[in-house]
Design a protein around this ligand. Sequence first.
Ligand SMILES: NC(=O)c1ccc[n+]([C@@H]2O[C@H](COP(=O)([O-])OP(=O)(O)OC[C@H]3O[C@@H](n4cnc5c(N)ncnc54)[C@H](OP(=O)(O)O)[C@@H]3O)[C@@H](O)[C@H]2O)c1
Length: 331
Amino acid sequence: MKAIVYDTYGSPDVLQVREIATPVPGDKDVLVRVHATSVNYGDLAGRNFAAVTPRAFNMPMLFWVMAKLYFGLGKPRNGILGSEFSGEVESVGKDVTAFRKGDRVFGYLGQKMGAYAELLSMPENGPIATMPTTMNFEQAAVAPYGAMMALHFLRKAQIRPGQKVLVNGASGGIGSAAVQIAKHFGAEVTGVCGAGRMDYVHALGADTVIDYKREDFTQRGEEYDLIVDIRGRLPYSQAKRELKKDGRILYVSFKTKHLLLMLRTALFGGPKVLCTLAPGSREDLLAVRDLIEQGQLKTVVAERFPMSGAADAHRLVEGGKKSGAVAITFA
Ligand SMILES: NC(=O)c1ccc[n+]([C@@H]2O[C@H](COP(=O)([O-])OP(=O)(O)OC[C@H]3O[C@@H](n4cnc5c(N)ncnc54)[C@H](OP(=O)(O)O)[C@@H]3O)[C@@H](O)[C@H]2O)c1
């Protein structure tokens, strides 16, 4: 089978299409013929992991060491990126009961990655499900990552109808889903993003959209019940001025300083800090599928590239000039 592989860390040019061995599914595994996958934050970081310093890594030092060992010290260990996919079941192991050949499926591989290949194998009880009936392969392929993460975070924050929620980083993979899911939960949503993506974030349902280059939202004098900070760059000292007395800030990025702040605010009071890891579970994927089929959640595919265009797809995402997701299509 063909796959988009990389043998060294570096620029998008390290991505090449090559023949590799076809995976052999185990008795409880599903072999999926991939139709589409995506380019997201994790793919960019994984492709150039040698350049990701402990400081740039959005998690504690121990996680950075673990990720370094996992991705490969001097060069990539697995060599195939891609954390989410859609496709058709090619075959199933003898003990698989939930899927059969020909099922249209979508799913999430997380940090394990491997969706940049014509075929992938994963356990039937992993985050894989039949595709939303309302989506095509490209739309479904770009849904799992952002939506599963956003759903997990907003549930952790115990979001409630009528709350005022601000998403700082509303145009990215997680933020664009967070805007829609917060609206679904009945919140009034403010999205913060770059100038070129304001219309996009409005179209996702945000009530108010702020361009972070033109305006510092912390100077508005608004008070929020929940701030979701995607990249973890908003200082707590600033955020807490914008939060109601019992408001919360949820740092998606999971940095050590935010974990310590979470402990401090839990012990000594003040607007609470939340940090959590999203496991990317099958239950979350099924909930995402329900939201999509109910018309509560959509994905927008801004650009699509063939396998041979993977480097261009990465360049486009890295340049930050797209409103919506970038898909790589195989079929
Ligand atoms: N805790 C967990 O389990 C977990 C799991 C996965 C990922 N993560 C974390 O999630 C983050 C990646 O999220 P993602 O995939 O949604 O990223 P993304 O697609 O790269 O989106 C980043 C967002 O940040 C915005 N942004 C950039 N500069 C900004 C600024 N100065 N002020 C406000 N917004 C700004 C971007 O806006 P424009 O593009 O419009 O400029 C975009 O909306 C990383 O920190 C990663 O570590 C955490």
